[in-house]
Design a protein around this ligand. Structure first.
Ligand code: FAD
Ligand code: MLT
Ligand code: ZN
Length: 464
C-alpha cells in the first residue's frame, strides 16, 4: 500500500476512534466480494462503524481524500453491487445490527441497517407480528442491503417488495449529512418522498444506517403443496386456477434441471416420475373449507391435464422439505458459478415470453444446462446457465453476454426489466439502457451527481 494511502487510513482512524479498520488480506478477500464471485476482491481496507457518527466521519474523510466507498451488508447480492475490486474502502454495517425501537400502536420496528433479515423477522415475531419479506439468504443478508436492492423474494405475491415495508429511513449522504426520511408516517404529502430514492439505489446515493419497518399480522395457518406440471403453457393456467380459489402466500416454480441439482445437493426427490416443471405453492388453510378448496382446485387442474401429480405437506418438516426444492437452488448451483438472469415481464406476458426464451436458449445454448426457476406469479424468472465441462470461464461469460444482449432486446419489445430484484450492480450494467430510456438514465445520473458530487459512493455500479 502506498505511503499516501497508509497516511489516509491513519487519519481516518484518528477521526473515528470507534471504527474498526481491517487490512488483513483474508479480510480484504472476505469483504471485497459478493455472491457473484466474478471479480477479484481488492479493497483498500474495510471499515466497520459502530455508530451513525462513525459513518459520517468515514464519508467526510472519503470525500476529502477522494476515496471510493462500497457500502456493504451481508454481501449476498447477486449483481456485484457490493464488490470492491478497485481499491475502494468497504464500509460494512455488520456491527450496527441492533433493534432500536418497537412501537406496538404504530406497529413499527426501528433497526440498524446491519441487522440480518432473519433477526428482523424474529424480532417482529417476538412482538407477535410479521415482517413479511422473505428469501433463502435471510440468515446472511442485512436489512440495509435488502433496502438498497429493494429485495423481493418468495412472498411478494402476497406482500410486495421491501419498498412496501419501509416507513422511514435514516441515511448518511456522501458529504456526511444525516437525513431522516418520512419518520414512520403513514401519510406525508409534503413534497418528494426522498425515502423511495434510496430504496433500490444500490449504495450509490447514500448509506442507509437505520430503517423503520412496518410490521403486520402473522398470516393464518397455511399449507404447502408441490405440483408436477407437464408443460410450459400449463404453469400460468395452474397459477390462474390457484389464485382464483385460494389466498396465495407464494407461487414459485422450477424446471427439472433445477430439481436435479437440488436433489444432488441433498433435497428429497419430488416424485417418482420426473416432470418438466414443478410448482411450490403456499396458501392460507385455516379451515376445512380452505383445505377442501385446495383439493378441489388441484383436482380441476388434474382433470385439465395441467398438473400430473401433487403432494400436500402433512407437517412442518414436510413443508420445509418441499420448500427446500425451490429455495436450495442458488446454493446447489453456486459451486458451478452459473450465469444468472433475473428478468421480469408483466404476468400476462409470461407464457409468450417463456416460449420466446425457450427458443432463444435452445438456439444459442445448444447442449448447455439451463435452469429455470423463480417467482413466476410475479412475472419474475431466474434463468441460470451453467458452463459445459471444459469451457473456460472467460469464453463462457462472453457467450452469455451475447445471449443476454438478445434477451435484453426481447425484453425491450415487451417492456420488461433486465433486473427484477437483484439490481444492476456490475453484472447487468451493459443492459440498463434496454430497460430504462435515455431520459430516465440522464435523470438518474443527475440525481446521483446532486447527492454525491464527488462520486465517491459505489462508483462504477449501476452506470459509469
Ligand atoms: P449486499 O450484497 O451487501 O449489497 C447489495 C447492494 O446494496 C450493494 O450495491 C451495496 O453497496 C448496497 N448496500 C448494502 N448495504 C447498504 C447500506 N446500508 N446502505 C446503502 N447501500 C447498501 N434477492 C431477492 O431480491 N430475492 C430473492 O429471492 C433472493 N434470494 C437469494 C437467495 C440466495 C441464496 C442468495 C445468496 C441471494 C438471494 N438474493 C435474493 C439476493 C440478495 O440476497 C439480496 O439482493 C439482498 O437484498 C442483498 O442484501 P445484502 O445485505 O447481502 O446486500
Ligand atoms: C431466488 O429466487 O432464489 C433468488 O433470487 C436467488 C437466485 O436467483 O439465485
Ligand atoms: Zn428470486
Amino acid at each position: 500500500m502506498s505511503d499516501y494511502r497508509l497516511q489516509a487510513l491513519a487519519r481516518l482512524a484518528r477521526l473515528a476512534p470507534g471504527l474498526v479498520l481491517k487490512t488483513d488480506p483474508a479480510d480484504l478477500e472476505h469483504y471485497g466480494r459478493d455472491w457473484t464471485r466474478r471479480w477479484t476482491p481488492a479493497p483498500l481496507a474495510v471499515a466497520l462503524p459502530a455508530s451513525v457518527e462513525d459513518v459520517q466521519a468515514v464519508l467526510r474523510w472519503a470525500c476529502a481524500d477522494g476515496v471510493a466507498v462500497v457500502p456493504s451488508g451481508g454481501r449476498t447480492g447477486l449483481s456485484g453491487g457490493a464488490v470492491a475490486a478497485k481499491g475502494e474502502l468497504v464500509l460494512s454495517l455488520e456491527r450496527m445490527n441492533r433493534a432500536l425501537d418497537f412501537d406496538p400502536v404504530d406497529r413499527l420496528l426501528t433497526v440498524q441497517a446491519g441487522m440480518p433479515l432473519e433477526a428482523v423477522q424474529r424480532t417482529a415475531a417476538d412482538h407477535g407480528l410479521l415482517y413479511p419479506v422473505d428469501f433463502a439468504a435471510r440468515g446472511s443478508c442485512a436489512i440495509g442491503g435488502n433496502i438498497a436492492t429493494n429485495a423481493g423474494g418468495i412472498r411478494v405475491i402476497r406482500y410486495g417488495n421491501t419498498r412496501e415495508w419501509v416507513a422511514g429511513l435514516k441515511v448518511v449522504t456522501a458529504q456526511g449529512e444525516v437525513l431522516e426520511l418520512n419518520r414512520g408516517l403513514v401519510k406525508n404529502a409534503s413534497g418528494y418522498d426522498l425515502r423511495h430514492l434510496f430504496i433500490g439505489s444500490e449504495g450509490t446515493l447514500g448509506v442507509i444506517v437505520e430503517a423503520t419497518l412496518r410490521l403486520t399480522d402473522p398470516p393464518p395457518p397455511s399449507q404447502v403443496m408441490l405440483l408436477a406440471v407437464p408443460e410450459l403453457d400449463a404453469l400460468m393456467r395452474v397459477f390462474g386456477a390457484f389464485r382464483s380459489h385460494l389466498r396465495l402466500q407464494a407461487f414459485e416454480f422450477l424446471n427439472d434441471r433445477g430439481a436435479t441439482h437440488v436433489v444432488a445437493h441433498g433435497a428429497q426427490p419430488p416424485f417418482a416420475e420426473v416432470s418438466p416443471y414443478y410448482v411450490v405453492t403456499e396458501f392460507d388453510a385455516a379451515s376445512d373449507d380452505d383445505q377442501n378448496a385446495a383439493l378441489a382446485v388441484f383436482e380441476q387442474c388434474l382433470e385439465q391435464g395441467w398438473v400430473s401429480d401433487g403432494v400436500i405437506a402433512q407437517s412442518q418438516a414436510q413443508a420445509a422439505a418441499l420448500w427446500r426444492l425451490r429455495e436450495g437452488i442458488t446454493e446447489a448451483l453456486a459451486p458451478r458459478k452459473p450465469y444468472k438472469n433475473d428478468i421480469s415481464v408483466r404476468i400476462s406476458a409470461i407464457p409468450a415470453f417463456m416460449h420466446a426464451m425457450q427458443d432463444l436458449f435452445e438456439r444459442d445454448y445448444p447442449g448447455f444446462d439451463v435452469v429455470w426457476f423463480g417467482h413466476i406469479g410475479d412475472g419474475n424468472l431466474h434463468i441460470n446457465v451453467l458452463a459445459p465441462d471444459g469451457m473456460a470461464q472467460d469464453a463462457f461469460i462472453a457467450r452469455c453476454e451475447q445471449v443476454t444482449k438478445a434477451l435484453s432486446e426481447a425484453l425491450v419489445r415487451v417492456g420488461g426489466s433486465i433486473s427484477a430484484e437483484h439490481g444492476i450492480g456490475l453484472v447487468k450494467k451493459p443492459y440498463l439502457s434496454g430497460t430504462r430510456s435515455d431520459a430516465e438514465i440522464a435523470l438518474m445520473r443527475a440525481v446521483r451527481a446532486a447527492l454525491d458530487p464527488a462520486g465517491i459512493l459505489n462508483p462504477g455500479k449501476l452506470f459509469d
